[in-house]
Design a protein around this ligand. Structure first.
Ligand code: URA
Length: 263
């Protein structure tokens, strides 16, 4: 007799139980994993509840609370502490790390993306996953190094669960953090990656296809002057759509030209 039930029977059992969707980003070999811990002796078994209670949803704090805290920060170290101790954004509950920013603090170019992905969440650093590797190569192609010439951050410091699109409320709540971050770095120019970041920072509703390829301005009442900003396609999009690298190359040439002019 075959000791293991046939695969089809297992799958059918899952289907009958209502499991008709594979979730999770990485497959789990349950045959290879450790055997389950035996249940506690009956005396120790809790009587109730039988199922873990659903956690209460955490209400997002009003935007004023993140804005008040962010704009009170007078240095990057203070701002980092404010973001790390902020408990008002539900995204923080599901993220492993607060991904604040990295790179040169006196950089003339600041790069702003949308939100940390899986690898960024693991390492606590921005753009260190596959799209970050591509970003490094793109920067390198115009002679820039992320450690020496660029400061990098995201609109959101916390990874949305399973990389879902952040809600407008989450973006609005985190916006004061990146706004203050830009003010404290005070770069000569901004490179904004992807439509979501461009729309959030530049206050536009156009698609990234329309926003890219021309100099725009990032303004804030707390800055002495608007900062020239160039939006372009996100490297994650380029990994899926390599044909668009051609347009991004043109944008990077515009960036290089402007960086050279201001030297
Ligand atoms: N995508 C982003 O927008 N930011 C990161 O840090 C990584 C991926």
């Amino acid at each position: 007799m075959n000791a293991q039930p046939p695969l089809e029977a297992i799958l059918r059992w899952y289907l009958d139980a209502g499991v008709d969707e594979a979730i999770g980003e990485t497959p789990i070999d349950r045959y290879a994993s450790a055997p389950p811990t035996p249940p506690p002796a009956p005396a120790e078994r809790p009587a109730a509840p039988r199922f873990a209670p659903t956690p209460e949803p955490v209400a997002a704090a009003p935007v004023e609370s993140s804005a008040h805290a962010a704009f009170a920060a007078t240095s990057l170290a203070e701002l980092r502490a404010v973001v790390e101790s902020f408990e008002g954004c539900p995204l923080k509950l599901t993220a492993r790390s607060t991904v604040f920013g990295a790179g040169a603090v006196n950089a003339r170019l600041m790069v702003v993306g949308e939100a940390p992905g899986e690898e960024e969440d693991r390492q606590g650093l921005p753009f260190v996953g596959p799209s970050g590797k591509l970003l490094d190569r793109m920067l390198d192609s115009i002679g820039l190094s992320r450690e020496r010439d660029v400061h990098i951050a995201n609109v959101l410091p916390w990874r949305p669960p399973a990389n879902r699109t952040p809600t407008p409320a989450e973006v609005g709540q985190c916006l004061p953090f990146i706004e203050r971050h830009i003010e404290l770095i005070d770069p000569a120019m901004l490179l904004v990656l992807g439509g979501a970041a461009a729309q959030a920072l530049l206050g536009k509703s156009d698609s990234i296809g329309r926003l890219r390829g021309r100099w725009l301005a990032y303004s804030s009442t707390r800055l002495p002057r608007p900062i020239p900003a160039l939006a372009t396609y996100h490297p994650a999009f380029l990994l899926r759509t390599p044909a668009m690298k051609r347009d991004v190359w043109k944008d990077f040439l515009m960036l290089r030209k402007r960086l050279e002019q201001k030297n």
